[in-house]
Design a protein around this ligand. Structure first.
Ligand code: IVH
Length: 675
């Protein structure tokens, strides 16, 4: 078929773009665009090449991404390290299974080894007579880079294999990655130190593994999961991939515990759905599931394509990073007057939801990102967290560059026109206090919200109307509202009005932690409210506490103690609490279980990666035992729990002679205290 010039040009352009992004991703560890955008380019190229018969061995559609960088010595993989084909929906996964059955001339269900597709970097480990001799990246599949110096710093990669008695050569392949907790701690540290924050765990891991200096790599708590063998000499292999996993595990190498063998494609689909539903709670990031034919004989029969084996398929999950455009930036006034820039985005489906706006936090964040209105950006939404603009994609042509507009902080509060004041290093605040309608509205919305007083039906829009029409002006006014007042509002039926009044009345029976949180004291979130109640037991004691005794509560530092003290020393706040109580708000008396609080008065610091327990869980357990969990080490620290990758906090603890325990000792301590 004659190929139109336009198509040829597009194919050439796509090939160039893909080569460019391949180099950025695989060789320089600095991708410009999200994976989903890259996949779209490759898909388009593959479709055009197929349709117009333009398939060419030199095309990037036929090759695996990276190329070895000259700084590292090069390694030739005796058996090529292939990539995976991918599908994005159930129907294509079923088609894959049908294709295999046809090729194998098989009617009975195929058994697949199903594994999480860990978002990291593929590597090969070579053990001679059980001793780690060399570790290499995949590179272009044939030639990779020698990264042994960095892999030797990874704590879960053994330098010597167990149970190897004979002369042997064992190549094991797998994925090196940075766990979510490790990534979070790194970024917390970067923010504290004012250094550049990392965009995502995958890029951080890729950058680390290609460090020239292993000391730097050792500071990042990388991990590895092995998923197959490559070159093998002197060892007899089992008949199945699951058997290979057992062998790898016997050698003392880490394997992913979330894998499982399933019979038939329907069972595999169920596995994928289960994996997707627990994606957020996994300790590491995944971008899909991988299905691999379990029987090695069948794998051999199926063979490979140019880039990937025919016996395996990746089922990609919704991307957690996508690109979109910042249409505008607006400034919102929060309940305590903070002025927050919010980006209005071209709606984008990312991390399983459609995102059309997201907070930019503060002006410093805008500077750090180098963001302007009109920019194309990468938005990331991993887990349940708030979507975040992580990166600006630099304009590629003059037109895009011309359409960018600088983001300016307004001179006055956008809600009430009062002066804006700087508060601390990065925050700006409307100076008007409760007179500012935006602050008034936000404090009422917060009070009525689900985790506070939980008043069903009193949503954001209704609060806006009630304040705009001057029906209520503070939280105590909520309890004087009548069904008639509500029913008189636009688009409000009698039934809805009655339901809201019933919800208001129901909310009067609350709990003290909820009530405290609902008051909207600065920096007092749900957890702190609960700590206050667990510590003091009743509201009068909290009201009367000075900053010194407040600071004895877990999680409360001098700044939060000051906010609490200022709040309860303000006559208007006390009057508001009185009128809320007069209007019927009450809570049951709190019993404090002093036996369970065996770490009362002690301060713990968690540092480095925790591998057996999520950091939050560790923190909650400590808090429940009455300990305080602090972010930095001082002479007041009672104990430091240090995991792999612990850095400056561990050094400081050693200098100060603070008690240091590892994760195993920590778990044993918790067991002792709770049993
Ligand atoms: S198997 C021949 N299994 O995904 C098959 N790959 O897109 C080679 N990956 O290069 C890979 N988890 O970096 C396999 N459980 C898993 C994986 C996995 C992550 C990565 C690996 C590979 C890429 C292909």
């Amino acid at each position: 078929m004659a190929v139109p010039d336009k198509i040829r040009q597009e194919v050439n352009k796509l090939r160039e773009q893909i080569e460019h992004h391949n180099r950025l991703y695989h060789s320089l560890d600095a991708p410009e665009i999200p994976d989903a955008d890259f996949d779209a380019l490759v898909n388009r190229l593959e479709r055009l090449e197929k349709k117009y018969n333009l398939v060419d061995v030199k095309s990037p559609s036929q090759r695996i991404g990276g190329e070895a960088l000259s700084e590292f010595s090069q390694v030739t993989h005796e058996i090529a390290m292939l990539s995976l084909d991918k599908v994005f929906d159930e129907a294509d996964l079923q088609a894959f299974d049908a294709r295999l059955k046809k090729r194998l001339n098989k009617d009975s269900p195929i058994r697949y080894c199903c594994e999480p597709k860990v978002d990291g970097i593929a590597v090969s480990l070579l053990y001679r007579d059980g001793i780690l001799e060399r570790a290499a990246t995949r590179g272009d599949g044939v030639t990779g880079e020698d990264i042994s110096h960095n892999v030797r710093t990874i704590t879960n990669v053994p330098l010597k294999l167990k149970s190897i008695k004979k002369k042997s050569l064992i190549e094991v392949r797998g994925e090196i990655f940075l766990g979510k907790q490790g990534f979070k701690s790194l970024n917390e540290r970067a923010e504290l130190e004012g250094s550049k924050v990392f965009v995502n765990p995958r890029n951080t891991a890729a950058g680390t593994i290609r460090q020239l200096d292993p000391k730097k790599a050792a500071r990042i708590p990388l991990q590895m999961y092995c998923y197959n063998v490559g070159l093998i000499e002197g060892i007899e292999l089992p008949n199945t991939l699951s058997g290979i996993f057992t062998l790898i595990e016997k050698w003392g190498l880490p394997v992913n515990p979330d894998r499982s063998v399933q019979t038939g494609i329907e069972a595999c689909l169920e596995y994928c759905l289960r994996l997707l539903s627990k994606r957020n709670s996994l300790a590491y990031e995944i971008d899909g599931a991988v299905l691999k034919v379990n029987e090695l004989k069948l794998q051999q029969k199926l063979g490979n394509n140019a880039r990937s084996p025919r016996w395996a398929m990746a089922y990609k999950f919704p991307a957690e990073e996508k690109s979109t455009t910042v249409i505008d930036v607006e400034f919102q006034v929060g309940r305590t007057g903070t002025i927050t820039p919010v980006a209005r985005l071209e709606p984008v489906f990312v991390g399983g939801v459609t995102v059309s706006n997201t907070t930019l936090h503060n002006m410093d964040e805008i500077d750090r990102l180098g963001l302007r209105i009109g920019d194309k950006v990468v938005v990331r939404r991993a887990g349940d967290v708030i979507p975040k603009v992580v990166k600006v994609i630099q304009p590629t042509n003059a037109k895009e560059a011309k359409n960018r507009r600088v983001i300016k902080l307004p001179d006055v509060c956008p809600a009430c026109g009062s002066v804006i004041e700087k508060d601390g290093k990065v925050l700006y605040r409307c100076s008007a206090g409760i007179i500012c309608p935006a602050q008034r509205k936000e404090s009422i919305k917060h009070f009525a919200s689900r985790s506070a007083m939980d008043i069903e039906g009193l949503g954001d829009k209704l609060v806006d109307v009630l304040v705009d029409e001057e029906i209520i002006s503070n939280v105590a006014d909520i309890f004087t509202l009548t069904a008639e007042q509500l029913a008189a509002l636009d688009r409000m039926g009698e039934k809805s009005a009655n339901n809201i009044i019933a919800a208001i009345n129901k909310s009067k029976q609350t709990t003290l932690p909820r009530f405290l949180f609902a008051l909207g004291i600065r920096e007092v979130g749900e957890a702190t409210a609960l700590q206050l109640v667990n510590h003091f037991g009743d509201l009068d004691k909290i009201k009367a506490a000075g900053t010194e005794s407040l600071e004895r509560v877990s999680d409360i530092g001098p700044k939060v103690a000051e906010h609490i003290s200022v709040f309860f020393n303000n006559k208007e706040n006390l009057a508001l609490i009185r009128s809320l109580q007069q209007r019927g708000i009450s809570w049951p008396k709190v019993e404090i279980d002093s036996q369970a609080r065996s770490l009362e008065g002690q301060t713990y610091v968690l540092t480095g990666a925790l591998e057996l327990m999520a950091r939050n869980e560790a923190k909650e357990k400590l808090l429940a035992l009455g300990a305080k969990v602090a972010g930095s080490v001082s002479k007041n620290t009672s104990c430091v729990v240090a995991g792999p990758g612990a850095g400056s906090k561990l050094t400081k603890a050693e200098e100060l002679g603070v008690n240091i325990i590892n994760e195993g000792e920590f778990i044993a301590l918790l067991d002792d205290l709770t049993n």
